[in-house]
Design a protein around this ligand. Structure first.
Ligand code: GRF
Length: 202
């Protein structure tokens, strides 16, 4: 992917969808370079992320997945791979997507999946990262955007934004700051990817 190639982009999410919302808002204002968000998919029916896509008139769908497993495997995985392939995506953004992707999916969309994580990786991988950083008493946390590989929250880092934690801050205010940092950083990175400013891995 070089220069101003049209970058067809899919967003996957499971929850509120505030990051998807930030991307769709940026897209409406022509702030995403040559990015076109072509679809939004969720493993959770009626999730916020699907409603936000709806309100922006972006194609969106709930896709089945075994809710008793953290991983996306077997027939479910195949369904997701087939559904996404139809769009021929250049970029897949995990924005609060709670399923762990396995090798077949990662191979199919090799070097084109990014994730946003609410900590300064490699610190606080996994769940409840903001809360764990807060409880640990670190004075700087933040968010990270990284390439996705089979090492959970361990792929190559693309960009990070810092968030300070001051004496007396509540978990709520820190959480709000981390999300604000995410909503700033993610559209920026996506725009830069679409313009070749940030390179795709070879
Ligand atoms: C974000 O904090 C993201 O870093 C994490 O899940 C949250 C998703 O929030 N992976 P939203 O659904 O985008 O509001």
């Amino acid at each position: 992917l070089n220069g101003y190639k049209h970058m067809k982009t899919i967003i996957l999410g499971s929850g509120k969808g505030s990051n998807a919302g930030a991307l769709l808002d940026a897209s409406s204002q022509n702030l995403l370079g040559s990015t076109e968000i072509v679809g939004v998919f969720s493993d959770v029916a009626e999730s916020g992320v699907l409603k936000i896509a709806d309100s922006h008139n972006i194609e969106n769908d709930y896709l089945r997945s075994d809710s008793s497993s953290a991983k996306l495997t077997g027939e479910d995985e195949q369904l997701w791979m087939d559904s996404l392939s139809e769009y021929n995506p250049d970029l897949i953004i995990l924005a609060g997507f709670m399923k762990i992707l396995q090798d077949p999916f990662l191979k199919k969309f090799h070097n084109s999946i990014i994730n946003i994580h609410p900590s300064l990786l490699p610190s606080f991988k996994g769940l409840r990262s903001i809360e764990r950083a807060f409880d640990m008493g670190v004075r700087i946390t933040g968010c990270t955007i990284h390439w996705v590989n089979s090492d959970l929250d361990g792929g190559k880092i693309i960009a990070q934004a810092p968030v300070r934690i001051m004496e007396g801050d509540s978990l709520e205010i820190v959480t709000a700051r981390v999300h604000a940092a995410e909503h700033m950083l993610l559209p920026w990175v996506v725009s830069d990817l679409s313009q070749g400013i940030i390179p795709f891995p070879k």
